[in-house]
Design a protein around this ligand. Structure first.
Ligand code: ASP
Length: 315
């Protein structure tokens, strides 16, 4: 069925964007395009994952990512089980590795894992026989978010190469920012980060980004303005003087957006804090791609699951 059906990734798992080469990224995006079309049909089912078991193991709460992976797996014909930490033995003191070994004994084919600690998903992947997809680990990586963002950009701008993308806000706590920086560089975009000093990781310049500490300068001429959620649940201590002040200086509103290119588009990975990092008029306005990002999320996750499944035993 797929034009891109011969395509595979070099690894068994998708743990991050780091390590993927440009042709692997574009291969996933091309395949995802086919699933965008499929998802707009009445009949959305494929049988690529028929007989396969996919477990979504979420140690951290999630609405959109978990439901997106669930829909993606089901549309490809997998049996999908959702397991969240609240209902698991982790609450009773079981270690991550024991959880992995227990689940492995049930012979899943694909584990989709989210964890609050950076590196936890890679650790778990070493203990299991199935393929593992990182659905977000701490402030490290969120590869399917970066892929869906890239697909959204490519569909709207026709390219990624040469675009200027400004990633704004809580870069310090953001796995979305990290995965996006790596992916956008790999595909030839120029990446800026825009944030107060307290929300910038030290040494961020080493990732090859241009750093700005005001929205006015950082947005100047940008093609894409990507806002990040202020991750207050990850903040131990005080990173901003007040939410009101943060919005005044770093919240995206119509006035600040006027600094960007005339045809600039606005993105946000969700969930949004309206009136904190983004004004509702912009979030719901004509330049916003936020709803389209959610649609692309399902297609990209189908592409990832489909591709990884090609390397499963007996595929
Ligand atoms: N949903 C994204 C993540 O899991 C972004 C966010 O939570 O702000 O990282």
């Amino acid at each position: 069925m797929h034009a891109a059906s011969a395509f595979t990734l070099s690894g068994r798992d998708l743990l991050g964007i780091e390590g993927l080469i440009a042709s692997e990224i574009t291969g996933l995006l091309d395949l995802a395009e086919e699933f965008v079309e499929l998802n707009r049909q009445v009949e959305k089912k494929r049988t690529t994952l028929r007989g396969r078991t996919q477990i979504n193991l979420f140690f951290e709460a999630s609405t959109r990512t978990q439901s997106s992976f669930e829909i993606a797996g089901k549309r490809l014909g997998a049996d999908v089980m959702n397991m969240s930490v609240g209902s698991s033995s982790v609450k009773k003191g079981e270690t991550l590795v024991d959880t992995a070994i227990t689940l492995n004994a049930m012979h899943p084919d694909i584990l989709v894992v989210r964890h609050h600690a950076s590196g936890a998903v890679a650790l778990l992947a070493r203990k299991v026989d199935c393929c593992v997809v990182n659905a977000g680990d701490g402030a490290h990586e969120h590869p399917t978010q970066a892929l869906l963002d890239a697909l959204t950009i490519r569909r709207n701008k026709g390219r990624i190469q040469g675009l200027t993308v400004a990633i704004c806000g809580d870069v310090l706590h953001s796995r979305v920012a990290r995965s996006n920086i790596i992916l956008l560089h790999t595909l030839g975009a120029k990446v800026r980060v825009v944030a107060p000093s307290t929300l910038l990781p030290s040494g961020i310049e080493s990732l090859g980004v241009e750093v700005f500490r005001t929205m006015e300068a950082g947005l100047d001429g940008a093609d894409i303005v990507m806002m990040l959620r202020l991750q207050r649940e990850r903040m131990a201590g005080s990173f901003i003087p007040s939410v009101k002040e943060y919005f005044h200086y770093f919240g995206l509103d119509e006035a600040k957006l006027r600094r960007a290119a005339p045809d600039a588009l606005v993105m946000h990975p969700g969930p949004m804090n309206r009136g904190v990092e983004i004004d509702s008029a912009v979030a719901d306005g004509p330049r916003s791609l936020i709803r389209e990002q959610v649609e692309m999320g399902v297609a990209v996750r189908m592409a990832v699951l489909d591709t990884l499944a090609r390397k499963l035993p007996n595929a």
